[in-house]
Write a protein that binds this ligand. Structure first.
Ligand SMILES: Cc1cc2nc3c(=O)[nH]c(=O)nc-3n(C[C@H](O)[C@H](O)[C@H](O)COP(=O)(O)OP(=O)(O)OC[C@H]3O[C@@H](n4cnc5c(N)ncnc54)[C@H](O)[C@@H]3O)c2cc1C
Ligand code: SF4
Length: 330
């Protein structure tokens, strides 16, 4: 592992200034992803700027019934927060479906959203990978890709984003607030991750050197009736091969409001807008749920070894919406 310096930041402007002063610097939060990547040589920073002492560890209620979540809130604290459990239960379930208790105690909200892909070729510095070394090729397309993307990928990269938390946050219209040397900024989480195209090494739309400071969830009464379902290759301590966050409000047998996002299918948490359009106002039946899933997955372009994901995701969407509709019958 390359030698590096370590500084602890105590205020947001100081953290941003420290990073701007050194092109070789990285923010360090829980370190559960960054330090692993440093050990394998994928990341080789000369300076780590520890952001865990910044005053960004609060979860606060907002006037519209939503929540403002500090970027250094740990995954464990966020999952356990009573207002998250009450207002956005799918978010608690998504976080608890990820990693292990020890990791969740260290991992933070900002770090979770900016964690890198788990594609095996990405972490193997001895071989090519367009995301790690632009223009070097994507061995996953013809190689090991059974858990890779079926939506929104390109021939240049078919990796998926591994976050569970991000899937629930995407379903609930989260906004990402950040700080730069030029001042604060904000963007929807759906706009945070750039399309893959032919530049998979460019992952986010954050300005250079930006520090994520908060995530804001707008008030959404429908989110109180939400769930997260994750499929993985072993029962715990594994990344998703497919996941769904859904919230559903049914009135007089028809879908009044719905939120739907898919995980482990694309380079970003995937908001299922086409499915939501089919569902809204339609009868809350298995036929509608299947038609909605089909509408979303019509854009799927699976590779030879991950075609199973299209069926898996269809079944996941239908079963989770059916459960929510049955629990919501009124
Ligand atoms: C064995 C294992 C299993 C796991 N399983 C799952 C799983 O099932 N589901 C899941 O979702 N995750 C899983 N994870 C990933 C884990 O959730 C992430 O490693 C963690 O959330 C990253 O958060 P962190 O605070 O440790 O980030 P760090 O490792 O500190 O940082 C990650 C990246 O984010 C940047 N960064 C951190 N904070 C900020 C900020 N505020 N502003 C700007 N940049 C920032 C860092 O510079 C770095 O590039 C697993 C990890 C391991 C090791
Ligand atoms: S899928 Fe993406 S991350 Fe994986 S080898 Fe290809 S370019 Fe690299």
């Amino acid at each position: 592992m390359k030698e590096f310096d370590y500084r602890r930041a105590h205020d947001v402007t100081g953290a941003v200034a420290l990073l701007a002063a050194d092109p070789d610097a990285r923010f360090l939060a829980g370190g559960t992803n960054l330090v692993d990547l440093m050990k394998t040589g994928v990341e080789r920073p000369g300076l780590l700027i520890d952001v865990t002492e910044l005053p960004l560890e609060q979860v606060e209620s907002t006037a519209d019934g939503g929540l403002r979540i500090g970027a250094t809130v740990t995954n464990s604290d966020l999952a356990a927060h009573p207002e998250v459990r009450r207002r956005y239960p799918a978010l608690t379930q998504a976080i608890l479906a990820g990693a292990s208790g020890q990791l969740r105690n260290m991992a933070t909200v900002g770090g979770n959203l900016l964690q890198r892909t788990r594609c095996g070729y990405f972490s193997d510095v001895s071989g090519p990978c367009n995301k790690r070394v632009p223009g070097s090729g994507c061995p996953a397309v013809t190689g090991e890709h059974h858990d890779h993307a079926v939506l929104g990928a390109s021939g240049h990269c078919v990796a998926v984003h591994p976050s569970d938390m991000g899937v629930a946050l995407t379903a609930f219209d989260a906004q990402v607030a950040y700080e730069t040397l030029d001042g604060p900024g904000e963007m929807p989480l759906t706009g945070l991750y750039l399309p893959v195209g032919d530049t998979p090494h460019r992952e986010t739309a954050l300005p250079p050197g930006a520090l994520i400071t908060h995530i804001t969830l707008p008030g959404a009464p429908v989110a109180a009736r939400s769930r997260y379902r994750k499929v993985r290759e072993r029962a715990s301590y594994a990344f998703a091969i497919g996941s769904v966050a859904a919230a559903l409000d049914v009135e007089d047998g028809r879908v009044r409001e719905v939120r739907l996002a898919l995980g482990a299918v694309a380079s970003r948490p995937w908001r299922a807008r086409a499915a939501e359009a089919v569902l809204t106002g339609a009868p809350a039946t298995g036929e509608t749920f299947a038609a909605a899933a089909d509408a979303e997955l019509a854009a799927a372009r699976p590779l030879p070894d991950n075609e199973y994901k299209v069926t898996l995701m269809r079944n996941l969407v239908v079963s989770l919406l059916t459960e929510l509709a049955e629990g919501d019958a009124r």
